[in-house]
Ligand binder design. Structure first.
Ligand SMILES: Nc1ncnc2c1ncn2[C@@H]1O[C@H](COP(=O)(O)OP(=O)(O)OP(=O)(O)O)[C@@H](O)[C@H]1O
Ligand SMILES: [Mg+2]
Length: 345
């Protein structure tokens, strides 16, 4: 059997065209980390944008082409994405999109919602705050930066596959009350499909949600982060001109170390902490009206001190939250505590 070489593989891949750009994958510098091990060939296919609608077609054509090289038994392709600079380099002046979008988008303030631990209510708070700001007459957007665990569309009852695009960029989905939403979930045809992306692709997607989306004129853009001080949080802080961060905590989630870590990271990145929200702080008994600290005493003061920022709100546990969230009717939820806080924004 003829032994295949790197040149044979490259030659095969240079016959595969990107259908949109009309140039071949090798010429577009899309083939990375080519590795040949006996009959096994693996490489990364760096797409111009991670959400490229043609990605499955390009991948399967690349797979077919390499498989036809004599001696190849397995082809393992990892999808990746180019950096903005790489993309600009291969696409050159054929990419006038960004400046146009920059001229169109006018976002007055960007606030990210962050927490040390998961499940404390970041997504709920992001959604509720957006709803409240909207009620107060603001133009509001939500950038769902939780790429692998997106929950914003669900809260608003927005269907999967609802994101539309044009040559000019991505068009946000719009909720019942007019909140503009961009989320990885809206790109998928099926809500249950897991997104198994690596760090660099997640960062690229977050950047794209900011640079390639037609947000238009917004008073406030809220960013829902995944839990912790992950790459995604770092990407958001680096890619978006954040005005500040709201830290969410719960009485049972306090770990001074976790909070300190988040605070330190934000300090290093020069992002101000606007304040702390303690969620699931207490439960108001519907019979006697008394407040019960079911998850233990509040630690909001300590967290606020560590963060060097004020307590913006303490939100009660609301059993009806679950039903509203599940039904995609978060816009009907009322938290008077947030109404007060939202006035400050
Ligand atoms: N104040 C509240 N009262 C009752 N339930 C709440 C409250 N806040 C949040 N929840 C519920 O707690 C769960 C976790 O909330 P949410 O998804 O907003 O947390 P998260 O911090 O975004 O989680 P993750 O870290 O996974 O992104 C959800 O089921 C939500 O409906
Ligand atoms: Mg969340």
């Amino acid at each position: 059997m003829k032994k295949h070489t790197e040149n044979d593989i490259i030659a095969a891949l240079s016959k595969v065209m990107d259908p949109e750009l009309g140039r071949n994958l090798v010429e577009l510098n899309m083939i990375r980390d080519l590795n040949i091990n006996g009959g096994r060939v693996s490489f990364t296919l760096a797409l111009t944008i991670p959400t490229c609608p043609m990605r499955d077609q390009i991948k399967s054509e690349a797979q077919k082409a390499v498989r036809q090289v004599p001696g190849v038994t397995d082809v393992d392709i990892t999808l990746g994405a180019m950096t903005a600079e790489e993309r600009a380099a291969v696409l050159g002046s054929a990419m006038p999109v960004m400046p146009q979008i920059k001229a169109f988008n006018q976002v007055k303030q960007i606030i990210a919602v962050m927490s040390g631990k998961g499940g404390v209510g970041k997504s709920s708070l992001t959604a509720l705050l957006a709803v409240e700001l909207r009620r107060q007459g603001q133009k509001v957007g939500i950038l769902d930066a939780d790429i692998t665990g997106p929950s914003i569309p669900r809260l608003f009852g927005l269907p999967s596959g609802g994101l539309r695009g044009s040559d000019e960029g991505m068009l946000p989905a719009i909720t019942t009350t007019g909140i503009r939403v961009i989320s990885a979930n809206l790109l998928l045809q099926d809500e249950d499909t897991p997104i198994v992306w690596r760090g660099p692709m997640i960062s690229a997607a977050i950047r794209q949600f900011w640079t390639d989306a037609l947000w238009g004129k917004l008073d406030t853009l809220l960013v829902d982060l995944p839990p912790g001080t992950s790459d995604a949080a770092l990407s958001v802080a680096q890619a978006l001109p954040l005005n500040g961060v709201i830290l969410v905590t719960t009485p049972q989630a306090l770990s001074a170390m976790v909070v300190r870590k988040a605070v330190l990271m934000l300090k290093q990145l020069n992002v101000p902490i606007m304040g702390v929200v303690e969620n699931m702080s207490y439960f108001v008994c519907p019979d006697c009206g008394k407040q019960h600290e079911v998850f233990g005493p509040s630690h909001a003061e300590e967290v606020a001190q560590t963060a060097g920022a004020p307590i913006l709100a303490r939100l009660p546990i609301r059993p009806e939250m679950l039903a509203l969230a599940d039904a995609g009717r978060i816009e009907e939820a009322v938290f008077p505590e947030l109404a007060e806080m939202a006035k400050a924004f």
